[in-house]
Each structure stands twice: as C-alpha cells, then as structure tokens.
Ligand binder design. Structure first.
Ligand SMILES: NC(=O)c1ccc[n+]([C@@H]2O[C@H](COP(=O)([O-])OP(=O)(O)OC[C@H]3O[C@@H](n4cnc5c(N)ncnc54)[C@H](OP(=O)(O)O)[C@@H]3O)[C@@H](O)[C@H]2O)c1
Length: 280
C-alpha cells in the first residue's frame, strides 16, 4: 500500500485528496497547527516517522490580497515551506507533488500559457509560488509541479462567496476582463492520483477545460444554482485591489495531453456537479 503524506490537508485540495484517495492508500493528513511546513524539523520528523512514498504539498498561503501586506509570511509558507519539503523528500527519496498557480504569469499575451512559457508574476503570491517552483527544481529529482487555477472545493472560494452574496443582494458587480479557468479541486485530485504513479516528472498545467471571465463564472454559478441574481460586468480598474492579477491566465494543459492523460472535463460540467453535490 502506497504511503502518502499530505500537507495542508484541511484546505480545499487537501480535503478533496482525503475524499478521493480513501482506503486504497495509507494517508498521513497534516495541517496547522500540528505540522507547520515552515519548520524544517517538523517536515523532517514527519517524513522520518511516516516514511512516505509520496508527499503532496497542498499547504499554502493563498490569500492573494493579504499577501501584498505581509510578503515575509507568504514567502515563509509558500517558498521556505516548499523548500523544507523538498529537502525532506531528497533525504527520504520520496516523490514530491507540489501545487503552483496561473498567477506566475503576467497574462499580457492573451493566449493560453504552455508549461514552457516564461513566468513573470505580478503579485507577491505569484512571486512566492514561482520561487517555490525554482527551489524544488534545484533540489529534487523526483518532483511534479502542477500549476492550476481558480480552484474551488470544500473551503473558502469564489463559488461560495457568490452564493452567499446571492442570499444578501439582488445584484452583484463582477470583473469581466480577467480570463482564466475555474478548476474543481476533486478533478485536480483525480489527476494527481494518476500522475503520482508515473515517472513523468516535471511541470504540468492541470485545469478544467475551457475558459471564462469572473463575470461568466458568476453567471454560470447563479444559473446552476437557480438564482436570479443580476450580474453587472465591470473592468478590473473599477474594482481597486492591492494585488495585480493577470488579465489572461488560461493554462494550456499541454504536458498532461502529451503524456496521454485524459483532459479534465469542462469547467461548466464540473461546476454543475459541485453545486448539485452541496459545494463539496
Ligand atoms: N485557491 C485557488 O484559487 C488556487 C489557484 C491556483 C493554485 N492554487 C494552489 O493550490 C494549492 C491548494 O490550494 P487550496 O485552495 O486548497 O488552499 P487552501 O484551501 O487555502 O488550503 C491551504 C491549507 O494550507 C494550510 N497552511 C497554511 N500555512 C501552512 C503552514 N505553514 N503549514 C502547514 N499548512 C499550512 C492552510 O491552513 P490555514 O487555513 O489555517 O491557513 C490550509 O489548510 C495551493 O498550493 C495553492 O497555492 C490555489
């Protein structure tokens, strides 16, 4: 039975992994406060005791806005934490699966990004995730870096925010000039489950199929949930935020395709099932 250590196990992806991987694997599910990935000792101890075959790092500092105000805290989790896990992996010869983001790209090109395209993050969060990738690439031989986007699952996310707002108001205003791909955490977990058994190490883009704007996403959420909430489109500059987001960060899942994995289903199909199943 494969032994898998999952960090950030109480997050959206962590919960999806817990649900999907079930009894077929021996899982060690870790999260704060018991296991803080910013501590190399904590990472080493967990790995030495459990001796996992695979480590999945689903832990991260994911609040993109707040990240602008506390860069050291962000880099401590996203970069130093990933570094610690990479060091522990190298010592134990475990495979490492690390999750990264579309926000490592600047989104200025307006066409989907391949794994080979040059990153240029514009936010502290994006910079910390890119640095995490570099640290892992420097240290590990047996790693998978999986970049995903606009993730939702069992946790705080855009879908839940929209449905909460629909309870409170009859109209919402949503940014309509940022393009990306909503991705269901359960579908990402299912892909990781296939990928982790292979030796096809390297960088992958893994998102649901298709693309949309946040405005389109909100409209589809309300349609799926049977809400009549009106959605007003606005431009990015009309919604002042601290963190700059890419205007177009659609990820071409090229390596996933070329390595013979089935593409993830469309974002609309995944969203419909998520809402039907009670936002889990
Ligand atoms: N959410 C998105 O839209 C999105 C998009 C692209 C990529 N990603 C990436 O996908 C991965 C999974 O994201 P997610 O949405 O599942 O994240 P999430 O729901 O925010 O979960 C992250 C988990 O990590 C934990 N954590 C934070 N600091 C930690 C530390 N020092 N040590 C151990 N655990 C710690 C968090 O605990 P607390 O809640 O207590 O802080 C939380 O349980 C992350 O790598 C993220 O960067 C996410």
């Amino acid at each position: 039975m494969h032994k898998i250590l999952v960090t950030g196990a109480n997050g959206q992806l962590g919960r999806a992994i817990k649900r999907l991987f079930g009894e077929k694997y021996s899982l060690l599910l870790c999260d704060l406060p018991e296991m803080d990935i910013t501590s190399l000792t904590a990472c080493r101890n967990a790995v030495r005791e459990f001796q996992p075959d695979i480590i999945i790092n689903a832990a991260a500092y994911t609040n993109v806005e707040r990240a602008e105000d506390e860069p050291d805290a962000v880099f401590a989790v996203n970069a130093v934490g990933a570094h610690n896990l990479a060091l522990a992996c190298r010592e134990s010869d475990a495979k490492l699966i690390h999750i990264s983001t579309d926000y490592i790209f600047d989104g200025s090109r307006g066409t989907p990004y391949g794994e080979y395209d040059s990153p240029n993050p514009m936010s502290i969060y994006g910079k910390s995730k890119l640095w995490s990738e570099n640290l892992i690439r420097d240290i590990c031989d047996r790693f998978f870096i999986v970049r995903t986007s606009w993730l939702y699952g069992d946790g705080h996310n855009f879908v839940r925010t929209m449905l909460r707002l629909a309870e409170e108001r009859s109209e919402v205003t949503i940014v309509a000039d940022q393009h990306g791909t909503p991705t269901y955490a359960g579908d990402l977990a299912a892909f990781l489950k296939q990928l982790m058994h292979t030796e096809y190490y390297g960088i992958y883009h893994a998102t649901n199929a298709g693309s949309c704007t946040w405005y389109d996403f909100a409209c589809q959420i309300f349609a799926c949930a049977g809400r009549t909430t009106a959605v007003q489109p606005i431009k990015t500059e009309a919604y002042p935020v601290k963190a700059r987001r890419p205007l177009y960060s659609v990820l071409d899942n090229k390596m996933l395709r070329l390595r013979g994995f089935a593409p993830l289903r469309s974002w609309q199909e995944a969203l419909a099932e998520y809402i039907k199943n009670g936002l889990k």
